[in-house]
Ligand binder design. Structure first.
Ligand code: MLC
Ligand code: AMP
Length: 501
């Protein structure tokens, strides 16, 4: 069924309860207000010509209205396509050209960019604006519409969202995520993490990726519980709000930044029930320092855009640092060797998953989809893992060439393509360096033709206009040649060893 209907049930039971508290705007929204706002927006989307299955691309700041828009797209039977606000025009042009949305919602500032994209790609779409303060043509036009809306019927297998994830070829792929993927994952996680009626989730993640939207919001919405909704990670605001919260979800940078603040102590979090970490590896030292400071063990879980959440440490059993816990109920995880043979406990191999959480495939890329599934239907995650005798899964590395910085994924190939186009750059190799704040940072080894104009600053300047800020190389090393093995393949492990700390 339509994912929204599983939220609607909880909304009906919690009508006058606060759904969102937004301290920055001194605003609260009840579940019935959220329902009415999203109904008005859904009516507007239909008026704008949206048909079931049409994509609605959204590049907006985090706001309650942005969440209502997500609900409106679900209700109207559209496909929600959230876009990171950091994406640059070239990146956006690719997503829009590939997804061909019927409607684009963005800030007024971005309108010229989308107008240009409409012109360049020939893609026909309506445009609406939404600002950080909730203003814009979307909310103004929605106001005149009816406050009720009967959700468009959708099956579990119908696509609810497309999220772009880059790939090792450098070209992003749109992961098609179904209503059934999202509703099953939200239900399982709510149960697994012992969600309670009076839980209050402190929400400081962005809502254009899986963690902030499909894990944090979907659980709270389907359980009818309150979110304290911050526009971004602001440690001062978090410290103000923690005493009123019971659950926090974050990437490891959230926890290292909190620990760096002397005000963060056990007294401040005495009302807290659960701290969840994911999207990137949590260092065992962070887990230990957090427990020593607060008495709480961070619960680490593991997921992906394509699969939602796969594994989690237990709520009540032992939370083993350095592991991502057990496969979630209904999800099967296995470790296989290069021939696809399932490996014994503690052996390291390729991690594969199967279950109702696993996506429907990549948008308009059937061959790519087929190549990322095993013959018996397991999704090949590209992560290297092992499972111990007790069933705890650990992620020990990656088969895919990927950097995770502060929970954002950067595929080196995408950055290398931009670097290699710069005049005077002969070749480049992008790799991770260790970063205290973000876990990993983006480094680039560059071979030039010797021109004096190809400086560190010039390269960074060119990349800045073409790549989202978090993808920019922050460390550049100029080399005479790249280290290669006998097959001619660049040895990034050598680059990481020499320049990665
Ligand atoms: C921001 N910057 C980053 C960065 N975030 N650089 C590298 N890595 C990052 N993650 C850069 C900006 O470009 C900018 O550069 C400068 O830092 C300040 O930007 P900011 O926006 O003020 O930064 P800040 O608010 O401190 O953000 C850091 C952060 C944020 C860690 C809070 O990145 C964040 O919210 N990360 C969470 C990402 C997330 O939700 N991941 C889940 C994906 S889903 P300059 O040069 O302009 O100063 C997924 C599946 C799963 O992976 O399992 O969950
Ligand atoms: P994304 O494609 O943005 O959804 O990122 C998914 C990737 O993030 C996974 O394939 C893992 O490599 C990584 N990841 C997510 N959670 C964890 C975790 N708890 N520990 C280690 N890696 C993680």
């Amino acid at each position: 069924m339509n994912l929204y209907n599983s939220f609607a049930k909880a909304f009906a039971e919690n009508h006058d309860k606060t759904a969102l508290r937004v301290p920055e705007r001194e605003l609260t929204l009840t579940f019935s207000e959220l329902e009415r706002l999203s109904a008005q927006m859904a009516n507007l989307l239909l008026e704008q010509g949206l048909n079931a299955g049409d994509r609605v691309a959204v590049q907006v700041e985090k706001s309650p209205e942005a969440l209502a828009l997500y609900l409106a797209v679900l209700r109207a039977g559209g496909v929600y396509l959230p876009l990171n606000t950091a994406y640059m025009p070239d990146e956006l042009a690719y997503f829009v050209g590939n997804a061909e949305p019927g409607i684009v919602v963005a800030t007024q500032r971005q309108m010229p960019v989308f107008q240009q994209i409409r012109h360049d790609t020939g893609c026909v779409f309506q445009m609406l604006t939404l600002e950080a303060d909730g203003g814009g043509s979307l909310t103004t036009a929605a106001q005149v519409h009816a406050e009720t809306f009967a959700s468009v019927e959708r099956d579990d297998s119908d696509i609810a969202a497309i999220l772009y994830t880059s790939g090792t070829t450098g070209r992003p792929k749109g992961a098609m995520i179904s209503h059934g993927n999202l509703s099953s994952n939200a239900r399982v996680l709510g149960e697994y993490w012992g969600w309670q009626k009076d839980d209050v989730l402190l929400h400081a993640l962005p809502i254009f990726h899986v963690h902030g939207l499909f894990v944090a919001c979907n659980i709270s919405l389907s359980q009818g519980t309150e979110m304290i909704y911050l526009s971004r990670l602001d440690i001062d605001e978090m410290i103000r709000q923690l005493p009123a919260s019971t659950v926090l979800m974050g990437v490891p940078t959230f926890y290292t930044r909190l620990l760096a603040d002397p005000r963060f102590d056990s007294e401040l979090v005495k009302n807290m029930r659960l701290f969840v970490s994911g999207s990137a590896p949590l260092l065992e030292e962070t887990f230990a320092e957090f427990e020593a400071r607060t008495g709480h063990q961070i619960l680490e879980r593991y997921g992906m855009t394509e699969t939602g959440m796969n594994t989690s440490n237990p709520l009540n059993g032992e939370r083993l640092p350095g592991t991502v816990g057990f496969p979630l109920p209904g999800t099967s995880v296995r470790i296989v060797d290069a021939d696809g043979k399932v490996l014994a406990a503690n052996e390291v191999g390729s991690l594969q998953v199967k279950g109702p959480n696993v996506f429907a495939g990549y948008w308009r890329m059937p061959e790519k989809t087929a190549s990322e599934f095993s013959s018996d239907g397991y999704f090949i995650t590209g992560d290297l893992g092992k499972i111990d005798d007790q069933g705890y899964v650990s992620i020990v590395g990656r088969e895919k060439d990927l950097i995770i910085s502060g929970g954002y994924n950067i595929y080196p190939k995408e950055v290398e393509m931009v670097l290699n186009e710069i005049d005077g750059v002969l070749e480049s190799a992008v790799f991770a360096f260790k970063d205290k704040d973000f876990g990993e940072g983006v480094a680039a080894a560059i071979v030039t033709d010797g021109s004096a104009s190809v400086t560190d600053t010039a390269i960074k300047g060119i990349c800045k206009g073409r790549l989202a800020g978090y993808k920019l190389p922050r460390k550049i090393v100029m080399l005479e040649e790249l280290p290669r093995n006998t097959m001619g393949k660049v040895q990034k492990n050598i680059l990481r060893e020499k320049y990665g700390s």
